[in-house]
Every structure is written in structure tokens, then in C-alpha cells.
Write a protein that binds this ligand. Structure first.
Ligand code: GRF
Length: 197
């Protein structure tokens, strides 16, 4: 069973999907610690509701200590609104997974997070958006892509409606990607991720 650590900054619906996946055994993993850089992140409450260690910590050196102390083997960034340091990336090379609410390389990178992503999609007049799960490297939303799924942009969409539909897809592909990681089904070769299903 893979020991998982989750970094959050907000409500934690992606975190909840991962916790639920571990509990219903669709993920061969165990969330051992949740770390938030925001004290009032509801995701910390979600962790406590499932008797999971919930820690508020901004200092990335201390975050690495917590991950090591809990023997974490896979780090999930689930609505974590910070670019992780090269130190953390190196410590957990191809063992940090992020979920982004667009089809990378569109509407991603610096300044594109949360609702700003969907605002960009609507303002641009894009017909299709979606979600992306990827390994984290030193850049912002630039690591090798594990899985993507599209979401149609409807003519009467506003940010909230679009975000809701994309969020459902985020939960689906994040849990599927983590499940495959835990079954050793992912192979990274340069920028490409092969799924050995
Ligand atoms: C989601 O759109 C996620 O992709 C983005 O933050 C939003 C909230 O995620 N990073 P969550 O409900 O906190 O998991």
C-alpha cells in the first residue's frame, strides 16, 4: 500500500476524492498526512474527519521533514496554490502528481489557477477545455502529462457552471492516475508517460 501525502490550499474536494478512493480500495494507497499552507483550508477539516494527520505549514523545508517522517512515497498537489521548490521536486522526482483544471499546455502556468483558468477559457471563446494530471517538475504546470480528459464549453457557461463540470472530471482522472501509480503502471520516458494497463 503506497503511503500518500497530500498538499492543499483550499476546500479539498480533490483531496476528498483521493481519501474516498483509498477507503473504497480503488486506490492501493493510504493518505497518511495532509499539509496546507493555509490555516483555514477546509481540506484540513476533511482530513481530521477521516483521522488523517492535518498540518498547517508554509516552510517547504519543514514540509519535506513531515513527508520524510511519514515515509511518504507519493505526494499529491490537490489545489495547492504554490510552485513547489526544486528541492522538493528533486527529493520526489516523478513522485509528485498535480491536478490542473485545463488541457495543458493551454490556460496554465503563472497566474492560471482556480477560477482564473475558467475565466481565461470563456474569455478566449474556447469550445473545449478539460483537466490534466501530470508529474511535477521545476516549472509551473510543465511536468510530463499522465492523463487528460475533455469537457465541452457550453454557450451559456459562466465560470461557476464550467468549473463544476471540470471539477468532476478532475476527481475522476486524479483518482485513476493515482491508482495506476500505486499499481506501478506508469513509466516516464522524458516528456512522455506510458500507461502499462
Ligand atoms: C480545483 O479546480 C483544482 O484544480 C484547483 O483548485 C480547485 C479546487 O480544488 N487547483 P479543491 O476543491 O480544493 O480540490
Amino acid at each position: 500500500m503506497v503511503k500518500i501525502g497530500v498538499l492543499i490550499s483550499g476546500g479539498g474536494t480533490n483531496l476528498q476524492a483521493v481519501i474516498d478512493g483509498c477507503e473504497n480500495k480503488s486506490i492501493n494507497g493510504e493518505v497518511r498526512v495532509v499539509i496546507s499552507n493555509k490555516e483555514n483550508a477546509y481540506g484540513l477539516e476533511r482530513a481530521r474527519n477521516h483521522n488523517i494527520k492535518a498540518i498547517c505549514e508554509k516552510d517547504e523545508n519543514k514540509i519535506i521533514e513531515v513527508l520524510k517522517a511519514n515515509e511518504i512515497e507519493l505526494v499529491i498537489l490537490a489545489g495547492y496554490l504554490k510552485i513547489v521548490s526544486p528541492k522538493l521536486v528533486n527529493e520526489y522526482r516523478n513522485k509528485i502528481i498535480n491536478i490542473h483544471p485545463s488541457l495543458i499546455p493551454a490556460f496554465c502556468g503563472k497566474g492560471y489557477y482556480g477560477e482564473k483558468v475558467h475565466q481565461g477559457v470563456i474569455d478566449y471563446g474556447a469550445k473545449v477545455t478539460g483537466a490534466t494530471v501530470h508529474f511535477v517538475d521545476e516549472g509551473a504546470d510543465t511536468g510530463p502529462i499522465i492523463m487528460q480528459k475533455t469537457v465541452e464549453v457550453k454557450q451559456d457557461d459562466d465560470i461557476k457552471k464550467l468549473a463544476k463540470r471540470v471539477l468532476e472530471v478532475e476527481h475522476e482522472i486524479l483518482t485513476k492516475s493515482i491508482s495506476m501509480f500505486c499499481e506501478n503502471k506508469l513509466t516516464v520516458n522524458g516528456r512522455r508517460v506510458y500507461i502499462n494497463d
